[in-house]
Design a protein around this ligand. Structure first.
Ligand code: KG4
Ligand code: ZN
Length: 343
C-alpha cells in the first residue's frame, strides 16, 4: 500500500510517499523557519501564507522523487491537528481536494500519532521491525508525552507536561541566551563546548513519583542564573556552560520520568524517543544509559529529518491506522488546532 502523507501543522510543509508504513519512497520538506529567526517564534498568519505557496510544489516533487503518478497511490494521509489552524487548513483542504479528484481514500492522522510512527520509517535498508509493548517518549515544540503502547493505536498515556513542552523549554532558553529560532539546535550546538556540571539546576517534580514533566521551574532558574552571572555571560566559555547545564537539566528530567515509567512497565521491550527534541545528542546519550540499565532496546528515528515534522511519519501512521482501525477512519473529520490523541 502506497500512501501520500501531508504534514502542515506548523512552519514545515511536507509531503512524502511511503510504502507499507515503512519504506520511504520520497520525503520533501520545505520550511519557513528561517523567516522567523528575527521574531524568535512563528507568526501563525505568515506561516499559513508560506504553507499555501509551498504545498502544491512540495506534493508534485514528492511524486516525482518517488517516480509515481497519482494513479499509483492507494490513499492520502493528512495531519488534522493539533497545530496552527491556518497552516493545518492548507494541508487538509489540499488533501480533501486531491482525494476527491484522484478518487482515493483520505486518512486523517493526529500529529502525535505521526511522531509515534516515525521509528518505523526507513529509507532503503530495513531495520528489524520494532516490537510492542513499547515505551515512547514523544518530545517536540508542542507536546511532551510518555506513552506505553500495546499496538500502534492502543496504549496508555503515562505522563505529559504540566506546562511547557520540552522543545519550548529549549526554544525559550535559547531566546534568553540570545540564540536564533528555532532554539533547540542552536542551544545544543553551543552546549557542546560547555561543562554540563558547572551550574546544577533543581530536578523538577523531585518530590513526586510521577511520569509527568514540568519545565517552567527550569526556565525561571535559567533566567535568574543569567541575571546573577551578569557581565560574566559575555565570556563564551561561561555562556556555553550555562547552555550545557540547562540542556543537561532538561534531559535529566526527561530521563528520570522514563526510568520511573520503565519501573511501572517492566514488560516494555523497547524505548523509543521521537519528535524534534529526539534529535538532541545529549538526550540520546542519557536515554541510552537508562535503556542499558533496564535492558530494553532503544530507538529513535533513523535520520534527523524524521525527528522533526515530516510527511513520511503521517503516511506511516495513516497506514497503521488503516491496518488496525479502518472503522475509525472518517472523511467527515474537523481540522483542529487542539486535539487529544484518543478522543
Ligand atoms: O517535532 P517538531 O519538528 O515540531 C513540533 O511538533 O513541535 O519539534 C520542533 C522542536 C523545536 O522546539 C526545536 O527547538 C526542537 O524540536 N529541536 C531540538 C533539536 N532539534 C529540534 N531540541 C533540542 N536539540 C535539538 N537538536
Ligand atoms: Zn511535531
Amino acid at each position: 500500500m502506497r500512501i501520500l502523507g501531508i504534514e502542515t501543522s506548523c512552519d514545515e510543509t511536507s509531503a512524502a510517499v511511503v510504502e507499507n508504513g515503512r519504506t520511504v519512497l520520497s520525503c520533501v520538506i520545505a520550511s519557513s523557519g528561517k523567516d522567523f529567526e528575527k521574531t524568535g517564534g512563528v507568526i501563525p498568519e505568515d506561516a499559513a501564507r508560506k504553507q499555501l505557496e509551498s504545498i502544491l510544489p512540495v506534493i508534485q516533487k514528492s511524486l516525482r522523487d518517488a517516480s509515481m503518478t497519482p494513479r499509483e497511490l492507494d490513499a492520502i494521509a493528512v495531519t488534522f491537528g493539533p497545530g496552527l489552524l491556518g497552516s493545518l487548513l492548507v494541508g487538509t483542504t489540499t488533501a480533501r481536494t486531491l482525494s476527491s479528484v484522484w478518487n482515493i481514500p483520505l486518512i486523517p492522522v493526529h500529529h502525535t500519532l505521526g511522531h509515534l510512527s516515525s521509528t518505523w520509517l526507513c529509507d532503503t535498508e530495513k531495520d528489524a521491525e520494532p516490537s510492542f509493548p513499547i515505551l515512547t517518549l514523544s518530545v517536540s515544540g508542542g507536546h511532551s508525552d510518555l506513552w506505553y503502547r500495546r499496538t500502534h493505536t492502543e496504549g496508555d498515556l503515562l505522563g505529559s507536561t504540566r506546562d511547557d513542552a520540552a522543545g519550548e523549554a529549549f526554544d525559550k532558553g535559547a531566546v534568553m541566551l540570545g540564540l536564533p529560532y528555532p532554539g533547540g539546535p542552536a542551544l545544543a550546538s553551543l552546549a557542546q563546548s560547555g561543562d554540563a556540571s558547572a551550574y546544577p539546576f533543581p530536578l523538577p517534580l523531585a518530590k513526586e513519583k510521577t511520569c509527568d514533566f514540568s519545565f517552567s521551574g527550569l526556565k525561571t532558574s535559567l533566567k535568574y542564573l543569567i541575571r546573577d552571572l551578569g557581565s560574566e555571560m559575555e565570556n563564551p566559555e561561561t555562556k556555553a556552560s550555562v547552555a550545557a547545564s540547562y540542556e543537561h537539566a532538561i534531559c535529566n528530567h526527561l530521563c528520570t520520568s522514563i526510568e520511573y515509567a520503565l519501573e511501572l512497565k517492566p514488560d516494555a521491550k523497547e524505548l523509543h524517543i521521537v519528535g524534534g527534541v529526539s534529535a538532541n545528542e545529549h538526550l540520546r546519550q542519557t536515554a541510552t544509559s537508562v535503556a542499558k540499565k533496564h535492558n530494553v532496546e532503544i530507538r529513535w528515528p533513523s535520520t534527523l529529518r524524521y525527528c522533526t515534522d515530516n510527511g513520511a511519519m503521517i503516511a506511516s501512521a495513516g497506514y497503521f491506522l488503516h491496518r488496525e482501525k479502518p472503522e475509525t477512519i472518517s472523511t467527515s473529520f474537523v481540522t483542529r488546532a487542539t486535539a487529544k490523541m484518543h478522543e
